[in-house]
Design a protein around this ligand. Structure first.
Ligand code: F6P
Length: 330
């Protein structure tokens, strides 16, 4: 996020414009909460995780604050706003542009990599690297103690982090929300590995995947019934539920590691910094050209502008990736 914020600010300064940071997303716009984004305030943030502007789940339409957002454009003399965020931000941005004609441009940010219309979102590469490092480390115990290690990773609606992290680290099973993998199938894979004298296994599961059985029964595992601040079900616990099933069916000692928010923190990879920088500069140029209602997107190696509405669909994992990973499962 900080790399993208810096990029928008520096691109503006480069072209003789002034950039202002809006704190806590749309809440800052409605409540006049800004910070200067000048050469000094964006210095040294390229390598910092998180966002110097903080974030919130504030929705101007829901809060009856569209009038205040309008006024902010006048009072602050804003020509355009670049909104950086995931599904939630993109939807608010699309609505404010389409229904209220505000001059907005979107930048896709989520570690989940599930925004439609763009090949990659920044944050994803860093999360995948953290998962890869963690699994590499877990291999040590798995191998030395002949254990099954279940690694629960993020991925609410899609299994991009599980699929890429699992492939990169040589996982022996990958369970994602897009496709059903039954407990029985995983058990068969683990047994097959043992038959090939591989007495340990690493199972990667996305937190949004369901616990599925050959009988057709499927269970979404949640730690609490609550939804989060965005209204999504709070997830977590599939790792433990799956581990219990695997251990009781195979008899092999099975342990669980939940990577949780570790995946969303720390120093971003160079790939993410470059991607965020490209997105930020491109989004600024769209705003400068008055090309509003668009989202910056990566297609192949090119930056392109797509309508915000096109980004609305959730982008599922290319199952071809899982097909490749499967060749290494048994
Ligand atoms: O950023 C999206 C995401 O990583 C999802 O994969 C995950 O379900 C969610 O965030 C968890 O967010 P939190 O627990 O911080 O609300």
């Amino acid at each position: 996020m900080n790399a993208a914020i810096r990029a928008v600010a520096r691109a503006a300064i480069y072209r003789g414009d002034e950039a202002v940071g809006i704190r806590r997303g749309y809440r800052g716009l409605a409540e006049n909460d800004y910070m200067a984004l000048d050469m000094q305030t964006v210095a040294g943030i390229l390598s910092l995780g998180g966002t110097i502007l903080s974030t919130s789940s504030y929705e101007p339409v829901r809060e009856g604050a569209v009038g205040r957002v309008y006024r902010a454009f006048d009072e602050q003399d804003l020509d355009a706003v670049v909104a950086i965020g995931g599904e939630h931000t993109r939807e608010i941005t699309r609505q404010l542009h389409e229904e209220y004609n505000l001059p907005l441009v979107g930048v896709p940010k989520t570690i989940d990599n599930d925004v439609g219309g763009t090949d990659f979102t920044f944050g994803f590469d860093t999360a995948v690297q953290i998962v890869t490092d963690a699994i590499d480390r877990l291999h040590t115990t798995a191998q030395s103690h002949d254990r099954v290690m279940v690694v629960e990773v993020m991925g609410r609606s899609t299994g991009w982090i599980a699929a890429y992290g699992g492939l990169a680290a040589g996982a022996d099973a990958i369970v994602i929300p897009e496709t059903t993998t039954t407990v029985e199938e995983i058990v068969a894979g683990i047994q097959s590995r043992h038959n090939h004298h591989k007495d340990f296994s690493i199972v990667v599961v996305a937190e949004g995947a369901k616990l599925a059985f050959a009988s057709g029964e499927e269970r979404l595992i949640q730690p609490v019934r609550d939804t989060d601040e965005y209204g999504y079900p709070r997830l977590g616990g599939i790792g433990s539920a799956l581990a219990w099933e695997l251990e009781s069916r195979t008899g092999y000692e099975t342990r669980v590691t939940v990577l949780g928010h570790v995946q969303r923190g720390g120093t971003p990879t160079s790939t993410d910094r470059i991607l965020a920088t490209r997105f930020g500069v491109f989004a600024y140029e769209l705003a400068k050209a008055g090309d509003f209602g668009k989202m910056a997107a990566l297609r192949g190696t090119e930056m392109v502008a797509i309508p915000l509405a096109e980004a609305a669909r959730v982008k599922e994992v290319d199952l071809g990736i899982l097909e490749i990973a499967k060749r290494f499962f048994t």
